[in-house]
Design a protein around this ligand. Structure first.
Ligand code: GTP
Ligand code: SPV
Ligand code: MN
Length: 587
């Protein structure tokens, strides 16, 4: 018997079954028994390796195809009706042409395979923020990851009811043919088609595809925002919890900031940090006129390399049970996992992410730089008690940031909302292994949404400006950079837990409790306003980290002009005015 009467669900499924021709159709009910059976199946057919169940209970390792290790921005399409609505930063194809092309690729792609039907919710089921999706997939890896990353099961179908609408997602790993790999989004139909990949962000359709690319379209129509942001609660010694959300590009520190452990002196004084989310925030104006954020996800798909007990104790704790590791190294001595940065010294012998023997000192990496863990949110020792709150948490500060070896200072504050939107729209960062392509190249990544905005980026900036008009009690907007380097290329700022020192100033500013100095780019703390007690850097280093090098910034202005030029006359005039002000301030 089918677990739903919803006619939209059933008619769409009939269509997709006719195209993909699976041998069998299995509904995912969300029960542990069913997931256990799928884990058995995935181990039996080699999709996953069962790890040491005493040391890592419920944990498994998956290795992807060596050419299928990251998001593929080149193969990602926004298929809205008109090309100009996708904008210059998205790949576009006319929807009917894309459907035709992809349904030909999906034709019979599930022959000899099982189609799994995953009803899932982004957000707490039944809450005003929640949105529902169904992903059809032939990958047990996708099912088991979705069961961690989202709320999955029959209760979602119950919430949909007989007539409710949902986001349609169809995935087949196909043949993993790179030349025919497509991640295609159809905003008019709330539909996503993904074929020939079996890697994270390309195939866990609730995540970037739905919760950002499709949801950004919904947010624009319905007056809310879908952002690539962490959500963090900072509790001060008075016991007040103040919330920030922060947008950093992929692999630029969201998970780390979201789970930070306060420095020792701060802990002694009673500071605490609470994680609400590490990657995606949906933001709406509340009845009280503040901006409220929920994390629509149910788990963390985090970067493994660099995660250790010192850099991110909480993330490491998250991965100790019921976690799926992707492309990390296997330690055959005890059937556990390893990645670069987990321990100072690697074990002598490992099986690398390709499944090949690896020896300490080998030049190649044992774990892929974009290897990841999929861990349930409930594993997080610092999970906020507001994590499941149906209305989310009120945001007092929005923080933008990126990886900049020079140019961007440790922290600055925008003069107002419009200036903050300008700061977000001009964000730049060195590229990372999270997407296929070159690493370490500076590129503009507005609001960390370059790969995730499901419509024209300049319309998205306008939406940010419009939202500003709708939020009576607007969060203050800041920019941070943890990644300035010295002449030898070493990071100057200690980062990680010590980033709380910067958050302290940010939150004090957000509540009008701290002073600032004006610079050509915005407000900055005085160097002595950043607490460095217990650090081995001095106030002069902080002064260096806060310098605004006018020459570098004039170069920045030229680069922003060239970047804005790509968007033609669609760039909101408010942002052009901000650019003119910046140029004037630097002259
Ligand atoms: P996505 O999941 O790809 O969206 O990435 P993310 O923004 O959550 O990135 P994450 O927190 O996983 O950080 C990625 C890399 O940045 C890791 O290698 C971290 O070790 C490094 N990193 C994070 N925070 C800091 C910091 O404050 N300072 C320095 N130097 N490195 C950091
Ligand atoms: C990112 O690349 O920003 C991620 C990982 O968070 S993925 O889900 O693959 O997009
Ligand atoms: Mn991300």
């Amino acid at each position: 018997m089918k677990p739903t009467n919803n006619k939209h669900v059933l008619s769409w499924m009939d269509e997709m079954i006719a195209i993909t021709k699976p041998d069998e159709v299995v509904w995912i009910d969300g029960s542990q028994e069913q997931l256990d059976r799928l884990r058995e199946l995935a181990v039996a057919d080699g999709t996953m390796i069962r790890l040491n169940q005493e040391l890592l209970p419920g944990c498994y390792l998956h290795r992807t195809h060596p050419d299928d290790v990251a998001r593929v921005e080149d193969r990602t399409f926004i298929c809205c009706e008109k090309e100009e609505d996708a904008g210059p930063t998205n790949h576009w194809m006319e929807p009917s042409a894309m459907y035709k092309k992809l349904y030909a690729l999906f034709d019979g792609s599930m022959k000899g395979r099982t189609m799994y039907v995953i009803p899932y919710s982004m957000g707490v089921v039944g809450s005003p923020f929640a949105k529902y999706g169904i992903e059809l997939t032939d990958s047990t890896y996708v099912v088991l990851n979705m069961a961690i990353m989202t709320r999955v099961g029959t209760h979602v179908l119950d919430a949909l009811g007989e007539d409710g609408d949902f986001i349609r997602g169809l995935h087949s790993y196909g043949t993993l043919d790179n030349d025919n790999k497509y991640i295609a989004h159809f905003p008019q139909d709330n539909a996503i088609l993904s074929i020939n990949s079996n890697y994270g962000g390309n195939v866990l359709l609730g995540k970037k595809c739905f919760a950002l690319r499709i949801a950004s379209n919904l947010g624009r129509q319905e007056g809310w925002m879908a952002e690539h942001m962490l959500i963090l609660g900072v509790e001060n010694p008075k016991g007040e919890v103040r919330y920030v959300s922060a947008a950093f590009p992929s692999a630029c520190g969201k998970t780390n900031l979201a789970m930070l452990i306060p420095p020792e002196g701060y802990r002694k004084d009673g500071w605490k940090a609470w994680c609400v989310g590490d990657d995606i925030a949906w933001l709406r104006v509340g009845p009280d006129g503040r901006l409220w954020a929920v994390n629509p996800e149910h788990g963390f798909f985090g970067v493994a390399p660099g995660t250790n007990a010192k850099s991110n104790f909480n993330a490491l704790e998250c991965t100790k049970a019921d976690t799926i590791y992707t492309n990390v190294a296997l330690d055959p001595s005890n059937n556990t996992v390893w990645w670069e940065g987990l321990t100072k010294e690697a074990p002598e012998t490992l099986i690398d992410w390709n499944g090949l023997e690896w020896h300490r000192g080998d030049a190649k990496k044992a774990a892929h730089p974009n290897s990841r863990f999929t861990a349930p949110a409930k594993n997080c020792p610092c999970l906020s008690d507001q994590y499941e709150s149906p209305n989310g948490v009120p945001i007092s500060a929005i923080i933008f940031g990126g990886r900049r070896a020079k140019t961007a200072p440790l922290v600055y504050q925008s003069r107002d909302w419009v200036h903050g939107v300008f700061v977000g729209s001009t964000m730049a960062s060195e590229t990372t292994a999270a997407a296929a392509g070159a690493v370490g190249v500076v590129r503009r990544d507005p609001m960390a949404m370059l790969p995730f905005c499901g419509y024209h980026m300049a319309d998205y900036w306008q939406h940010w400006l419009d939202m500003g008009e709708k939020i009576p009690h607007k969060p203050k907007i800041f920019h941070v950079n943890w990644f300035r380097t010295d002449d030898e290329g070493h990071f100057i700022w200690p980062g990680f837990g010590d980033n709380l020192r910067v958050l302290e100033w940010i939150l004090a500013r957000a509540f009008d409790e701290a002073d600032a100095v004006e610079t050509p780019i915005g407000y900055e703390p005085r160097p002595e306003d950043i607490n460095i007690d217990g650090l081995d850097i001095g106030v002069d280093t902080v002064r260096d980290l806060l310098t605004v090098d006018k020459d570098l910034w004039r170069g920045e202005v030229a680069d922003i002009k060239a970047f804005y030029a790509k968007f033609g006359d669609k760039v909101p005039h408010e942002l052009l005015d901000q650019l003119a002000t910046l140029e004037h301030n630097l002259s």
